[in-house]
Design a protein around this ligand. Sequence first.
Ligand SMILES: [Zn+2]
Length: 201
Amino acid sequence: MEAKSQPAYQKCTRCGYSIAPGANSIGRRPDQICRNCYNALELDLVKPAAEDRKKLQFFEAPDLVDPQLWLGGCFADISKPYLDLKGIRAILLVCSEGIERWKESIVYEKIPVEDNFQADLRGHFKKAIEFISGQIAKGNGVLVRCAAGVSRSATVVIAYIMQTKHWGVDRALKYVKEVRPFVEPNYKFMAQLRDFEAEVL
Ligand SMILES: [Zn+2]
């Protein structure tokens, strides 16, 4: 029997919970913690008042994919103090349903696409990459988010990584998965990224 093929479960050093390989682990951290602990520790950084704790119960900390570039889902931006702490002053919404929560003080760009097999993200790559690059050049952190931070927003982030590092899609996907292991562009988006490859390599 080959035991080698068994996925290695690890334990969260903070809560002891089993970390399923890929599912809820956090990459590029010196400690080995689960995603629930990551969310709690990140939120603790801004010491939310007791009355805000309930409002912030769904907070999901975004992942720092590249310097000044964050990737997350729809609860990644619910704490303004957290965005301020991380220097996130621009948000790219890659969804039609996204709310611009902090219009007064955050720069928004929107790509209103659905996560389905008809959606064309390829046609929006240029605009998205220009927005991200432009904001980073101004010293602003950028959060790219959709609903889950798995398919749409991840596709845009992968396209940005491909363009700026002149990497193929496989290398860029692996790089993003190092910090957010459950990233999974739908297969049509993967095809659009492969099509984009010819432009960046
Ligand atoms: Zn934990």
